[in-house]
Design a protein around this ligand. Structure first.
Ligand SMILES: Cc1cc2nc3c(=O)[nH]c(=O)nc-3n(C[C@H](O)[C@H](O)[C@H](O)COP(=O)(O)O)c2cc1C
Length: 246
């Protein structure tokens, strides 16, 4: 059964879509299971390449999420010399077998043309945390919050079938945004957390993950702490760059 487009008001959708922001501080209020189920059900409505849905999702709550946060922070701490650009840090960390074991190269440099928006949003985020550019300790603390999924009650992980890339990644992204918008409609906030994909090990310890499914991003769900300055970051939303016709 299809639904007539006029059943929905476009301004309502625009308001919902605009109200979703990446939320980086949460209250400890848990998400009821029936709400989580509703979000997952809505996420099934996302389009998918040949309907293959070549992605998997893992959700962690409670003690499992806490174990994951601890393990992520432990592994993050092993990379501090790299974070601080110390000489030979990568080689030394590699010799200790402590390099991040993610499926994709999360920390590779951004292409030059994309540096400006990345720097802009980083300044906004670190600024809201009150962290100056050379304040390594402040940055480390902010990054520990990041790998702790901001202490949100639900930690999520998205895996994509390696033989269906790049379309499996596309499908996963469409699914995740549908999940996030459904979350917003249910009063639940979210953040995609790509940095969690820098390490696969912690998630391997907690879930049965087929080897051909690769960890592409983490995310979190919960209820925003509206008092936290970090949640007042408004990343710019420039227009979609339309290519000129020839
Ligand atoms: C795949 C992906 C990974 C992301 N990873 C992180 C992350 O590790 N940490 C973080 O604070 N934000 C992360 N973000 C959030 C982006 O910084 C955010 O979406 C962007 O700045 C736009 O802001 P908005 O979501 O509030 O509109 C990620 C977003 C996406 C789509």
């Amino acid at each position: 059964m299809t639904t007539d487009a006029t059943d929905f008001a476009a301004p309502d959708f625009s308001a919902l879509a605009a109200s979703r922001r990446s939320i980086r501080a949460y209250t400890d209020q848990q998400i009821p299971q029936d709400i989580l189920d509703a979000l997952l059900k809505d996420a099934t409505t996302a389009p998918s390449w040949s309907n293959t849905r070549a992605f998997r999702v893992a959700l962690a709550t409670g003690e499992r999420a806490d174990r994951l946060r601890k393990e992520y922070v432990r592994r993050f701490n092993q990379t501090l010399d790299i974070q601080h650009h110390k000489r030979f840090a990568t080689i030394k960390t590699a010799l200790k077998r402590e390099l991040p074991d993610g499926d994709f190269p999360v920390w590779k440099p951004y292409p030059k043309e994309l540096r400006a928006p990345q720097v802009e949003v980083a300044k906004l985020v670190y600024g809201a945390y009150g962290v100056e550019r050379r304040d390594y300790e402040g940055r480390d603390n902010a990054n520990r919050r990041n790998v702790s999924a901001f202490n949100a009650p639900v930690m999520g992980f998205v895996f994509v079938h390696e033989d269906m890339l790049p379309w499996s990644a596309m499908d996963a992204g469409l699914m995740l945004q549908t999940l996030f918008l459904s979350a917003k409609a249910h009063g639940v906030d979210s953040c995609a957390i790509g940095v969690l994909s820098a390490w696969r090990g912690p998630v391997e310890q907690e879930f049965e993950i087929p080897q051909h499914y690769k960890l592409i991003t983490g995310f979190c769900l919960g209820y925003a702490d509206s008092e936290a300055p970090i949640n007042h970051v408004n990343a710019p939303r420039p227009p979609i760059q339309l290519l000129e016709g020839k």
